[in-house]
Design a protein around this ligand. Structure first.
Ligand code: MSP
Length: 634
């Protein structure tokens, strides 16, 4: 029986364009999954999409589609990206899959019946983009601690998960085991969440339509994170056809650092409540940054994975992602670094080694090479080849792909130096055939071993290498050591990677990016078309400001008293950074007069003043001619 190895990526939100950041986690997991398969493990690699929630509901509405239509297109697109990137997942789960929906409902019912989920009223803050509830103490400067965006007040009937009950066990898990890595993330979780006290978690929403209904109370939809996290067991058939459950517990949940909290606190608590074993590891890697920020849809142009694969090939993209970002930390994507890696490591070091060695093997021996006479100095090189596998094994056990590649490329560099030190062309001209055979043989061995160990990382080039060596691509790494009795019969192989002119490529990339930006980038605030009947719902009026003062402890807000004909009302407006109270008095402004009143800082605000956004502030929209207060704006 092979030992099992279960590895997962997060389930990605199909809410916009896929960028290189999404490819990062998937390619890392793929390299590890392929490496473990080659090392003899029975691997199950899971990825998929997280398709419910308010954010997707809103994006679909903006695009004039149903949520399912909207996500279907994006899911097809990510699947074709994974195919282009040679991702060898064993299963792709969608949270809209029937079996997943049923499983989530069973889990929810089970936890409710067990008493770990109960009904109460939720009062607190909610961050819509992150779909996260927060308490006041968790907010940072009054904003969402995850994304820094404003939160909204939320008060509604909700079901709660007894997260507080599992606080002690979670603390132990994080501080006394290697469950969460890298270690820096442990401190973050303990200081920011556990030490502040784990509150029970609101796990349903009534304001969201696009979600999994609570089976016994269908106006409530299951909170997206409960829905999404449970995918890791649902994909294995938990509560259904359980034949894959033997892969549980997962060996690794690989996630970006921004969702470590969900995976290292909430997910283990749910599993504890379900009496299931916990995953062996959650690894919270850093971000691939673009221009200093986390990559996003709007900034992802230059790092469009489809474009990079089309131009430079899948190996260039996989190699860059696996090699360049220091594991566990953030790393910046720049086209220069991408092209430099490609040229120096793939085209120069690896490409040249293979090209030169294969060419010499054919030139000197018609491709047929066996070992000749060895010298003491060869041992230094062959020892390096022999110790490579254990170095790569160790790096992969730590999930550290850059370290694995560094070790392999150190041997490639040694091999290039071995050519220069042994000058095969001189041996040939002196007729030292036996010695020449060994030099070429040792080089072929180094290429064979390196290509075997590289094959999980770069998929296309290594296949070509085995074609050139004229041997089958090994399915296991058993022979990834120096062997003395191979008999090579190499064949001609076109260059693996063509060097690129970095300056020229950068210029072309820039032009392309500008063009796509012109054609594709939609303004962030573009809204769907509306009919006149929608516009008619607005009651816009001219209002005269008759008094104005600052709102205490709110540096953006002014409290206006406005007159609309005979009526007076109070309006709170976020214009204090652009106007002083003195400037406001006497102004006639446009007011949305039929906006539902809301309380802001304890003041009831009845309407909204219309302004133009001028980037660094706002500009009031005022009637151009003298107009009576209360006049209709149409
Ligand atoms: N749907 C949730 C995850 C649910 S898991 C049960 C989600 N989705 S996401 O689409 O926002 O994907 C986030 C993940 O994508 C990150 O955690 C990370 O794995 C990957 N990345 C997205 N952008 C990234 C970078 N710029 N850099 C590195 N990884 C990035 O959160």
């Amino acid at each position: 029986m092979k030992e099992k190895f279960y590895i997962t990526t997060p389930l990605y939100y199909p809410s916009g364009k896929w960028h290189l950041g999404h490819s990062y986690t998937t390619v890392c997991c793929d390299a590890i999954a392929r490496y473990k398969r080659m090392s003899g493990y029975d691997v199950f690699y899971l990825t998929g999409t997280d398709e419910h929630g308010q954010k997707i509901e809103e994006r679909a509405k903006d695009a004039g589609m149903t949520p399912k239509q909207f996500v279907d297109g994006l899911v097809d697109n990510i699947k074709s990206l994974w195919q282009r990137l040679d991702i060898s997942y064993d299963k792709f789960i969608r949270t809209t899959d029937d079996y997943h929906v049923k499983s989530v409902q069973k889990i929810f019912t089970y936890l409710y019946e067990k008493g770990d989920i109960y009904k109460a009223t939720y009062k607190g803050k909610y961050c819509v983009p992150c779909e996260s509830f927060w308490t006041d103490t968790q907010l940072v400067d009054g904003k969402c601690p995850d994304c820094g965006r404003p939160v909204i007040d939320s008060a509604e009937e909700s079901y709660f998960f007894r997260l507080s009950k599992y606080g002690d066990r979670i603390r132990k898990l994080l501080t006394e085991t290697d469950f969460l890595e890298p270690k820096s993330r442990v401190n973050e979780m303990v200081n920011n969440f556990i030490d502040k006290g784990l509150n029970d978690l609101a796990v349903t929403r009534t304001s969201v339509e696009w979600g999994i209904p609570v089976p016994f109370d269908s106006k409530h939809k299951v909170y997206v994170w409960i829905d999404a996290l449970s995918n890791y067991i649902n994909a294995l058939g938990y509560n259904g056809d359980e034949k894959l459950m033997s892969y549980w517990p997962a060996n690794v949940h690989m996630v970006g650092k921004e969702i470590v909290r969900f995976h290292s606190i909430i997910w283990p608590a749910i599993l504890m409540a379900l009496d299931l074993p916990l995953p062996k590891k959650v690894y919270g890697h850093g971000w691939l940054l673009l221009g200093g920020d986390k990559m996003s849809k709007s900034k992802g142009n230059v790092a469009d994975p489809f474009m990079l694969i089309d131009k430079y090939g899948v190996d260039a993209v996989r190699y860059y992602l696996l090699r360049e970002v220091p594991f566990g930390s953030d790393g910046a994507f720049t086209p220069e670094a991408f092209l430099t890696r490609y040229n120096s490591d793939l085209a120069n070091d690896l490409g040249n080694l293979v090209k030169r060695t294969l060419a010499m093997s054919r030139q000197y021996f018609g491709g047929k090479v066996t070992i000749g006479t060895t010298e003491a100095a060869d041992a230094e090189f062959t020892d390096e080849i022999n110790s490579l596998k254990s170095k790569v094994d160790n790096a992969i056990d730590k999930l550290n792909c850059p370290a694995a590649l560094e070790a392999i490329f150190a041997v490639i560099s040694k091999a290039n130096k071995y050519i220069d030190a042994n000058t095969p062309w001189v041996l040939f001209s002196k007729g030292e055939t036996q010695r020449l055979k060994t030099v070429i043989y040792n080089l072929l061995e180094s290429i064979r071993v390196c290509a075997t160990l590289l094959s999980p990382f770069i998929t296309k080039g290594t296949e070509k290498i085995f074609e050139g060596l004229n041997i089958e691509k090994p399915k296991t790494d058993e022979r990834a050591v120096y062997i003395e009795d191979n008999e090579y019969n190499t064949v001609e192989q076109p260059a693996l990677y063509l060097r690129v002119d970095i300056k020229k490529e950068l210029k072309e990339m820039e032009e392309k990016v500008e063009k796509t930006a012109e054609v594709k980038e939609e303004p962030q605030d573009k809204k769907p078309l509306i009919g006149i009947e929608d516009f008619d719902k607005l009651d816009l009026r001219i209002a005269e400001v008759i008094a104005c003062e600052k709102v205490e402890k709110a540096d953006k807000l002014l409290k206006l008293t406005v007159r609309l004909g005979d009526e007076e009302r109070t309006v709170v407006s976020g214009i204090a950074k652009s106007y002083t109270p003195e400037q406001m008095v006497g102004k006639k402004v446009v007011l949305v007069a039929n906006l539902k009143p809301v309380k802001l800082r304890g003041i009831e605000s009845a309407g909204m003043v219309i302004c133009a956004d001028c980037g660094d502030g706002v500009s009031l929209v005022c009637p151009e001619k003298e107009t009576d207060s209360g006049a209709k704006v149409c």
